[in-house]
Design a protein around this ligand. Sequence first.
Ligand code: G3H
Ligand code: 13P
Ligand code: ZN
Length: 309
Amino acid sequence: MPLVTSKEMFRKAYEGGYAIGAFNVNNMEIIQGITEAAKEENAPLILQVSAGARKYAKHIYLMKLIEAAIEDTGLNICVHLDHGEDFEICKACVDGGFTSVMIDGSKYPFEENIRLTKQVVDYAHEHGVVVEGELGRLAGIEDAINVSEKDAAFTDPGQVEEFVKRTGVDSLAIAIGTSHGAYKFKGEPRLRFDILEEVQKRLPGFPIVLHGASSVVPELVDTINKYGGQMPGAKGVPEEMLRKAASMAVCKINIDSDLRLAMTASIRKYFGENPGEFDPRKYLGPAREAIKAVVKHKIRNVLGCSGKA
Ligand code: G3H
Ligand code: 13P
Ligand code: ZN
């Protein structure tokens, strides 16, 4: 089974009213936890790598680990660059064997976003690689992206047809109220499904991507807080909202924070109960299992892509 693009995955997901999970990977345990879950669920899978992950683990290590996972599990996997910020990083990932890249020009004015996105699309398509673009800005903080709430902006549905037509992107990330990280809503969670509906109307059959889609699983936050962590007020996107988005035009749902929480909760609990242990396998093994459990839950109960590989 090979590395694949997301083209066929998205076509089936759109038709079937489900979404593919795009899970962020940073090391071996995370890759193993996710791919073992996808194999047991027989689910299509996107593994995504951020600039921060490439810096932390190095491109070649992640690529070789993913190749090993493909050989080990027999899964078709799409390897995607998450939030590529310029042409150079997108090119490096295309040249380095990724099958999909995101060019995140959402911080630029419309015309500049189009110019940059088209430049990436032209190069990627020449090499058989698909491209995700973004219109609208999510609030939240990652390594390379730091968008304050006041700078966040919902996607303007009036721009999407022109953006897709002029850039040639294969999928489009939109901002409808989700945000990155573990603190997504101060009050009640609210997503702008009206914007998603309007986008879907204007781009029939076209795959939409939802970033910032962790649920910030309450039980994981409780475990972290119980074992010495401090995450008061952490809140994510309710699962029923994600299921609704997956039944609409959203074909790719990005999840990173829930994996971080699963890993951290497991390790904190382990040390709470085994303060004298110092063999990394003793705490990384359960952390890998915790990731596997959360990914299985997402595939089955949130994304709806179990059995769709
Ligand atoms: O949306 C971004 C992902 O959560 C990756 O975060 O840049 O800290 O690796 P990172
Ligand atoms: P979360 O922080 O909600 O997991 O979002 C991850 C993401 O959008 C990666 O691109
Ligand atoms: Zn994102």
